[in-house]
Write a protein that binds this ligand. Structure first.
Ligand code: GNR
Ligand code: NI
Length: 167
């Protein structure tokens, strides 16, 4: 296994749209294992392949408290979304920034698992929020882009300031 490098906003590679996985093979399972290790090490509750500069539709999520709830979703599709919820989100690609984002409260999704089997999943709460956050990454979208222009400008200058500090 390996810890992968996580891209940081505003890296333009975070805006690439990921391609569907055609075959769930050992290469994809290796990617999932490396992404899971990278997510746990960060630490985070989710990671999209886009964030590690692999532009395939693969996400890993673990919203459990004891980190025993790893889920890998390949080619996820939202079948149903309803309700609204607002939650203060963060992102491993936007370190140190936390902002409220509105999302669907309840989603039903279909995806392939690490064995290439189709799975259907109904989610609400943090899991539903995290699934939507990760699926946005696969579309090349970062959560800050859902905020007002003013907030985006402030976030960009804050990130530049933080970057100067760590040089
Ligand atoms: O670790 C993460 N925490 C988080 C908190 C609220 C809403 C979404 C997330 S996902 C984030 C990890 C990440 O950046 N995934 O893309
Ligand atoms: Ni993120």
């Amino acid at each position: 296994m390996a810890i992968l490098n996580i891209l940081h906003y505003p890296d333009e590679r975070l805006h690439k749209v990921a391609r569907p996985v055609e075959k769930v093979d050992d290469g994809i399972r290796r990617l999932i294992d490396d992404m899971a290790e990278t997510m746990y090490e960060a630490p985070g509750i989710g990671l999209a392949a886009t964030q590690v500069d692999v532009h395939l539709r693969v996400i890993v999520i673990d919203v459990s408290e004891d980190k025993t709830g790893l889920m890998a979703l390949i080619n996820p599709r939202i079948l149903q979304a309803d309700g609204h919820t607002v939650f203060e989100e963060g992102c491993l690609s936007v370190p140190g920034i936390y902002e409220e984002v509105e999302r669907a409260q309840h989603v039903v999704i279909e995806a392939l698992d690490r064995n290439g089997e189709t799975l259907k999943l109904e989610a609400e709460g943090l899991l539903a929020i995290c699934i939507q956050h990760e699926m946005d990454h696969l579309e090349g979208k970062v959560f800050v882009e859902k905020l007002s222009r003013l907030k985006q400008t402030r976030i960009l200058s804050r990130l530049k300031k933080n970057q100067r500090k760590t040089l």
